[in-house]
Each structure stands twice: as structure tokens, then as C-alpha cells.
Design a protein around this ligand. Structure first.
Ligand SMILES: [Zn+2]
Length: 369
């Protein structure tokens, strides 16, 4: 049962070097000019050509062709309607798949980790490590109250920096792609998919590669295999290799009809977790206009008799605090707290707001009695 639900957005992964949505295309273009793309160069060129075309088509609207989320959303809509300039439906489908690889490669090239020379294996970033430790502390406090209480994490990020920190701290997690209850660990609900997820060519179900698990072999270097090679995932349903090389990721737009049943399961779980939550903490999620879906999910999820005790929003931009305070119903406003900090500083502040040190000291004192 979820007591504390964390909602993480792009701002949480910013410190890893991952571009934000509005500078994503600039970083991707740098990779092209710096000749870092090898066999993906052609794919990047095609995506940029398509974006240039979109600029002409959407010149009359206020959609921004500089924002990767808008661009990804338009590609998805074009695929649904089979319409994008003079392109054939096959070309549109190809472009839609290309942009997923484009996003995955850009993240893989910009997020660098210490490969841990003396201690083989990738090291998490200090911020995500601090977050993993906060989860552990909260776990001890929750368990003392009620053995069924725990935290859960809803995230909009495609990258795997969070998973790496949990793996490093031997914290189990589960993606909740299916209803199977056998899975143990913290729910990590990736509402927009993940770079290590793939959609089966045959049955259309979503599976994942356990990138940091013992069975996954990756070569050491400064880069992490963020793409998780979806084509190698064994589909649990058909027992065959998934076969699609692009990751199962989706844009934040309203159109989520074409999404797999498994990702829908993740949303259902997210609504359930919000429903039970006593404490909700939002870090680095700016509630973009394009993500109407989240607003509705949030409204449905929090429409319960559970009394929310804390609603904390951490973001260096005060406008984000204002947006959330408007979104919240009157009943919660006096439990709302805006923290004008980035991820790194937010963890320290959260420890204070959750009274972690005192609670742990009390637990310690009780155990020595
Ligand atoms: Zn399958």
C-alpha cells in the first residue's frame, strides 16, 4: 500500500547530463555535427529533415518545433492519421520509429556515468544515490507504522538513472507491466515508457530488459547501454525475441490510444498508488501543457477519501509551484508545500520535512530498549 508517492520529471534527471525537452534537439544536433553517431547518422538526418518539414506545416500554430515532446507528439498524431505532408503511411511509420531511436541515442550519448574502475560496474549519480538512500530511510519508518506501507515512484523519464541507483543499493523494484502479483519491490511506474522496454512484434505486449541484472552483459566504458537493446528481450507471452529495435516509449500528448495494454496497466497502477497516497512529492516535473493526460489521471487518482497529509513540489522554478497549487483541490491547499530547490538540494529538505533523522533516532532508541 502506497504511503508516499514520488513523481519524478525531466528536472530530476537533469543532473545526469540528460537534455531537457526544450534543448533536446540542440544536443541531438551537436551529436550529429560532432560525428558521434556512427551508424545512426542517417537516421538523425532523416529526423531533422522531417522536423524542418513540420516547421512549414505547423507555421500557423503555436506548437514549438524546438520542443522534443511536441515533435514526438506530432509524429505520433501523424502516424494515427496517416498524414504528414506528402509522405506515404509507410514513411510516416518509419519516421515514428526513428524518432524513438533518436531519443534513445541522444540520451545514451549525453548521460555519462563513472564506470567505477576499481569497483567494476556503473556508479549511480550522487543525486539519485541520495534519493535511493532516502527511500531506504522512509522504508524503515513506514514499516514501523505498518508492514504493508511503502513508497512508490511515478516517473516521466525514459532513462535508467533511477534504476541504476536502486540496483546499486540492492533495492528491488518492479515496473508493473502486468497484473502479476509475484513481483517484489518498489513500483516504478514509467508512464511514458522506458529505454529498456520493447514491444513484441508478434503479440504487441511490452517486455523489458533487466539492464543491471546479473543476466545482462554490457561492456564497461563511460557509457551505459541505455537503449537496453529491446530486440533481445524475450517476450514472456510468446517466448520469442521481441524483434523490434526501437524502445517502447510514448510522447506525453493526449493521444494514447495506440499504446500497449501493458503501459495502460502502468497507468492504472499509478492511479491506484495516487489513490492510496498520504504523501505526494513531485520533483522536477513541470506539468507541461501537452500532458493533459496526467492532469486527468491525477484528478481521478486523488479523488478518494484518503486524507493527503503532505503535498510537496520541488522545482527551482516558482512558476511550477504555482501551477501545482492551482491544480490541487481546495481541500489540500493547506497541506501544500513548495520547495524552490533542484533535485540535489531537495533531498536534504525532504529529510527535514519528513523528519527522517528524528524518526530514525526514535526507532534506534526503541530497538535498544
Ligand atoms: Zn510476444
Amino acid at each position: 500500500m502506497a504511503r508516499t508517492v514520488f513523481i519524478l520529471g525531466a528536472g530530476a534527471s537533469r543532473h545526469t547530463g540528460a537534455p531537457l525537452m526544450n534543448d533536446f534537439l540542440d544536443k541531438a544536433e551537436d551529436l550529429l555535427w560532432e560525428k558521434k553517431l556512427e551508424h545512426n547518422e542517417e537516421l538523425f538526418r532523416k529526423v531533422f529533415e522531417a522536423i524542418a518539414k513540420l516547421r512549414g506545416i505547423y507555421a500557423k500554430t503555436n506548437l514549438s518545433m524546438d520542443n522534443i515532446e511536441d515533435v514526438f507528439s506530432i509524429f505520433e498524431m501523424s502516424k494515427t492519421l496517416s498524414k504528414l505532408g506528402d509522405l506515404s503511411p509507410e514513411k510516416i511509420e518509419e519516421l515514428y520509429n526513428s524518432i524513438k531511436v533518436f531519443i534513445a541515442v541522444t540520451l545514451e550519448e549525453t548521460i555519462l556515468f563513472d564506470s567505477g574502475q576499481s569497483n567494476p560496474g556503473y556508479q549511480p549519480t550522487s543525486d539519485y544515490l541520495a534519493f535511493a538512500l532516502l527511500l531506504k530511510d522512509l522504508e524503515k519508518i513506514h514499516k514501523k507504522r505498518d508492514s504493508k506501507l511503502r513508497s512508490s515512484i511515478i516517473t516521466f523519464n525514459y532513462d535508467l538513472a533511477l534504476e541504476l541507483s536502486l540496483h546499486n543499493q540492492t533495492i528491488n523494484y518492479k515496473y508493473c507491466l502486468s497484473d502479476e502479483v509475484a513481483e517484489q519491490g518498489y513500483p516504478i511506474l514509467k508512464l511514458h515508457g522506458s529505454l529498456n522496454w520493447g514491444r513484441c512484434k508478434y503479440c504487441k505486449k511490452t517486455g523489458f530488459n533487466d539492464v543491471f541484472g546479473n543476466n545482462y552483459r554490457y561492456s564497461l566504458g563511460s557509457k551505459i547501454p541505455f537503449q537496453g537493446h529491446p530486440e533481445d528481450i524475450i517476450c514472456k507471452n510468446c517466448n520469442k525475441m521481441i524483434g523490434e529495435k526501437e524502445p517502447d516509449i510514448i510522447p506525453p500528448s493526449w493521444n494514447k490510444i495506440t499504446t500497449s495494454a501493458n503501459i495502460k496497466n502502468v497507468w492504472k497502477k499509478a492511479a491506484e498508488e495516487l489513490h492510496e497516497a498520504k504523501e505526494i512529492v513531485v520533483i522536477g516535473y513541470s506539468l507541461p501543457e501537452t500532458d493533459l493526460f496526467f492532469k486527468y489521471l491525477f484528478a481521478l487518482g486523488t479523488d478518494s477519501s484518503t486524507r493527503i497529509e503532505k503535498f510537496i513540489v520541488c522545482d527551482p522554478d516558482p512558476k511550477v509551484g504555482e501551477k501545482f497549487s492551482k491544480l490541487l483541490g481546495k481541500g489540500i491547499t493547506n497541506r501544500f508545500k513548495y520547495v524552490e530547490y533542484d533535485f540535489n538540494h531537495a533531498i536534504g529538505e525532504l529529510k527535514v520535512l519528513f523528519n527522517i533523522d528524528d524518526s530514525l533516532a526514535r526507532l534506534e532508541a526503541m530497538s535498544t530498549l
